[in-house]
Design a binder for this molecule. Structure first.
Ligand SMILES: [Zn+2]
Length: 573
């Protein structure tokens, strides 16, 4: 049997196996027992909370040979076919790639056919918020007068992007975030049953990094298995997720104690160049300082560190006053929020390390070193500026925001040639025949996307690609977010990058593989990306920055961010 990814293999097949959604499961089971089956359900909640899995289980409760029953047998043909995604009566449609009016019209036509084997035809439309307005209108018509044998399950991470007219036709279920404890318990079960050897620390780190998504946790575990080839240690997981090692944290902290921000700027840049994730860097550092603080207050038994780490932590705790530690914790907390919103995490980190070493008042500084004071002032200003610019930039990529909604009219519905293709396929197979219906399920974008559409559709598709990559490998996604689409030609796109090390990261083998996989899914197979460095940045690769010139470089970067505002450069006299 070919290798099955864990998320798929361990996908819940019965209501009992759905983790963390008792409120949803209970209501659905009761509705089935009382024969109160709705025709449209709306499942909302963040990714990896079990929306589509629950939708498939709902389909089993309806179509099981024993059904409708709240406890499907999971053994009969109908149940088994649903498990294998082969049921002709359960159709999963990806709203993101079938978002146009033609797809929904097509769907409306198909809805009329009676189920092949089961009692109901269940249409699961995932990421339904991606549909165009025209497609929503068409869907609404079906929802208003659904044939009695049809059940719709609309799933979305962004319910606020749905028209109210759609929402009001649906029974709504909000899937809550799965707690880290629930994810940990589930992973422990999987690890035990699969006979996977993994340390407690490694498992804990996977759960911490999954941010309440069961699917992400299982995905990282998959990666760790192929990465480690043996017992999985914390270090392996850290490598995969771009989490900085303890020794980097020790060095960063040491530099703070010595009040050497330049050494830390250098170190931060090295870590980012190695592909470490800026958010993780702050998160781990925060945790380290938290331990120092607890130790400082005499709570050494409240930290979970190895004996060696404990000793190092005690040593470093002695270098700071409690007041300083509190101050540092506060700065780290602020920086963490900023970094997660910022399009320039590197600069945020640089600002942070300067702040951490600067407990002096600005006035004092001005007296001591006017150059440094000027840089400091600029950084303070810059920080404010970035604080505003960060979320605004984020909005551009996040389709849930108003800004993206305004862009909606620009979206081109999927093109006519494709509809033609589909018609042809249908007439070959005979309308309404099981094969034709099966075809509807296999349709997703793989064989479509003629070259002429690429230019129009690429920006939208690219957004989907970036979002997907980001959800699976956050750091990589944040690099792709910064890439500019320069040109789309045939089946390739040229992207402009500002940092050489971004290109290095994108070219790493494991990253290339992930990007290609996601491109296949959203843009089409054989689609390729070319990366070019944008001119202005080429002149300043990290190697060219001599160590004696670091302060000047800091000024240069700062001025860059002032969008043309002239700053008198006194450091390069
Ligand atoms: Zn069954």
């Amino acid at each position: 049997m070919p290798y099955q990814v864990l998320a798929r293999k361990w996908r819940p097949q019965l209501f009992e196996e759905v983790v963390g959604q008792e409120h949803v499961v209970r209501t659905l089971r009761n509705a089935i027992s009382m024969r109160r089956v709705g025709h449209a359900y709306l499942f909302t909640g963040q990714r990896g909370t079990g929306k589509t899995s629950t939708a498939r289980i709902l389909a089993k409760t309806l179509n099981c040979k024993d059904g409708p029953t709240p406890s499907p047998c999971n053994q009969c043909d109908n149940c088994q076919e649903i498990t294998r995604s082969e049921s002709l009566d359960v159709l999963e449609i990806d709203g993101a790639s079938n978002r146009g009016i033609d797809e929904v019209r097509d769907l409306r036509e198909r809805v009329k056919f009676t189920p092949a084997k089961g009692r109901y035809k269940v249409y699961i439309i995932d990421e339904v918020h991606m549909l165009t307005r025209e497609a929503f209108n068409a869907l609404l018509k079906t929802l208003e007068e659904p044939p009695s044998h049809v059940v719709f399950v609309l799933a979305t991470t962004n319910p606020h992007k749905l028209p109210l007219t759609i929402i009001s036709r649906c029974q709504r279920f909000d899937f809550r975030k799965i707690s880290t404890a629930e994810i940990l318990t589930r992973l422990e079960q999987i690890v035990e049953k699969e006979g996977i050897s993994i340390s407690k620390g490694a498992l804990g780190l996977i759960v911490e990094g999954a941010e309440n998504s069961m699917r992400d946790a299982q995905g990282t575990l998959d990666q760790a298995i192929s990465y480690a080839r043996g017992k999985i240690e914390e270090q392996d997981v850290a490598e995969i997720m771009g989490i900085p090692e303890k020794k980097s944290l020790l060095a960063l902290t040491e530099n703070v104690a010595r009040k050497d921000p330049l050494a830390n700027i250098e170190l931060v840049n090295q870590l980012l160049e190695k592909g470490k994730d800026p958010e993780w860097l702050i998160k781990r550092w925060q945790k380290w300082f938290r331990d120092l603080m607890v130790i400082k207050m005499g709570g050494g038994d409240l930290v979970s560190l190895s004996p060696r780490e404990q000793k190092e932590a005690e040593n470093q705790a002695g270098r700071f006053s409690l007041k300083e530690l509190l101050h540092i914790m506060e700065l780290l907390g602020q920086a963490r929020r900023k970094v997660s919103f910022s399009s320039q995490p590197q600069i945020q980190l640089e600002v942070l390390v300067v702040q951490l070493s600067s407990d002096f008042e600005l006035e004092d500084l001005a007296l001591k070193d006017p150059d440094l004071a000027r840089v400091y002032q600029k950084i303070v200003d810059l920080e404010e500026k970035l604080g505003v610019a960060g979320p605004a930039l984020e909005k551009k990529m996040e389709p849930s925001s108003g800004a993206a909604e305004k862009k909606e009219p620009k979206i081109t519905p999927l093109s006519t040639p494709k509809v033609g293709e589909r018609k042809e396929e249908e007439s070959k197979q005979g309308k309404g025949s099981p094969q034709a219906q099966k075809g509807e399920k296999r349709q997703p974008q793989r064989e479509e996307a003629p070259a002429t559409d690429q230019l129009d559709e690429f920006p939208q598709k690219w957004e989907l690609v970036v979002r997907e990559v980001e959800s699976r490998r956050k750091y990589l996604g944040s690099i792709m977010l910064k890439a500019k689409v320069l040109k789309v030609e045939g089946s390739s796109a040229t992207l402009g990058l500002v940092k050489p090390f971004h290109r290095e990261s994108l070219k790493k083998k494991e990253n290339v593989r992930l990007i290609q996989e996601v491109l296949d899914k959203f843009v089409g197979s054989n689609f390729t990306l070319r990366y070019v460095l944008l001119e202005e940045e080429k002149e300043r690769t990290p190697e060219e920055v001599s160590s004696s010139n670091k302060l000047a470089d800091l000024v240069a970067r700062t001025t860059d961010l002032f969008q043309g505002e002239i700053v008198e450069d006194t450091t390069r006299r």
